[in-house]
Design a protein around this ligand. Structure first.
Ligand SMILES: C[S@@+](CC[C@H](N)C(=O)[O-])C[C@H]1O[C@@H](n2cnc3c(N)ncnc32)[C@H](O)[C@@H]1O
Length: 304
């Protein structure tokens, strides 16, 4: 049986048919296209880590002089070569079959594009890969580091009430939500609390952790937490604006529902490794509802 930390079960080998979802996500595509167009200098050198179908390298090639597109999955490597050859400028992109944990370009680059992002920085290896890349790049080429696309990320957690019934069947399981749609089955019970904000250029901790209180702003049955990851694809200094893309939200059911009222708070704690599984996050998660009007404390974790 596969172990939960096997790379094969942790988003490292996304099958080809799933790439259709990524290519069809207009918000993601437009965000990356605009950010890449902004970040890549005319005639510049670009490295993409985790190229998939090669679409982001294709965007980069519209302005760059050289693009190296690194992909580990052999099926995707040959598909990317084939697809890129069907697109203008695509043939100029060098598709390399390699592990992004090991590959370095033959010369310094201006921009590194890497989209191995899953909500909460779970499953996929964005943070370990960027950390490994920076260390090896600096050892070989020295400063300056290239510009990264995305440039930064912000993570938040929010108390919610979620309806886990499916045609009358009750199944409290982790759910991924499209951030661009309205979700009638989810009621927000408090404001999202930011627990991480990092720029890729600076050191990023491998551990994603937080412990703190969130105030309950609406009465309800607190039975889940929503995890939010906002990716800052580029900071446009001229307009002081950012080009953003939200990963799918994660709704994580709690072991037990708690009736909560305005003014209560929930104390949340978790600590998981970037790239770990959703169940790794669940295992470290502790929650405790703290009623506003009483001394009593209601522990929520572990109760059936
Ligand atoms: C989320 S997909 C993004 C694909 C493409 N960049 C896009 O935006 O459509 C991540 C890609 O990274 C590749 N990948 C995952 N781990 C890798 C590694 N260690 N080295 C190289 N590629 C990797 C996967 O096979 C997958 O194609």
């Amino acid at each position: 049986m596969a172990r939960s930390d096997d790379s094969s079960v942790l988003g490292q080998f996304i099958p080809l048919h799933y790439h259709h979802n990524m290519l069809s996500d207009g918000v993601r595509m437009r965000g990356f296209k605009t950010a890449i167009d902004y970040a890549v200098p005319l005639g510049g050198k670009v490295l993409e880590l985790g190229g998939g179908t090669g679409v982001l390298s294709f965007f980069a090639m519209q302005k760059a002089g050289k693009v190296w597109c690194v992909e580990r999955n052999p099926e995707l490597v040959s598909k990317a070569r084939q697809i890129l050859s069907l697109n203008d400028c695509g043939k100029k992109i060098k598709v390399i079959k390699a592990d992004a944990f090991e590959y370095l370009p033959p010369e310094p680059v201006d921009v590194v594009i890497c989209e191995m992002i899953h909500v909460a920085m779970l499953r996929e290896k964005q943070i370990p890969i960027i950390n490994s890349f920076k260390e090896r790049y600096l050892a070989r080429f020295g400063n300056p580091l290239p510009q990264f696309v995305p440039e930064a990320f912000i993570q938040a957690v929010q108390p919610v009430e979620h309806d886990f019934t499916f045609d009358g069947f009750y199944a409290p399981i982790p759910i991924l939500q499209n951030p661009n749609l309205i979700h009638e089955k989810t009621r927000e019970l408090g404001t999202p609390m930011v627990y991480q904000l990092h720029t890729y250029r600076d050191p990023i901790p491998y551990q994603c952790e937080w412990s703190g209180d969130i105030e309950i702003e609406k009465e309800g049955s607190l039975n889940a937490l929503r995890f939010v990851t906002k990716n800052i694809l580029a900071v446009v200094t001229e307009t002081k604006k950012t080009i953003d893309w939200h990963s799918h939200y994660l709704i994580l059911p709690l072991p037990k529902a708690h009736p909560v009222s305005l003014g209560d708070s929930i104390r949340i704690g978790f600590s998981y490794k970037a790239g770990a599984s959703i169940s790794d996050l669940e295992e470290t998660l502790t929650t405790e509802v703290r009623p506003s009007s009483s001394e009593s404390r209601l522990p929520a974790t572990g109760a059936a």
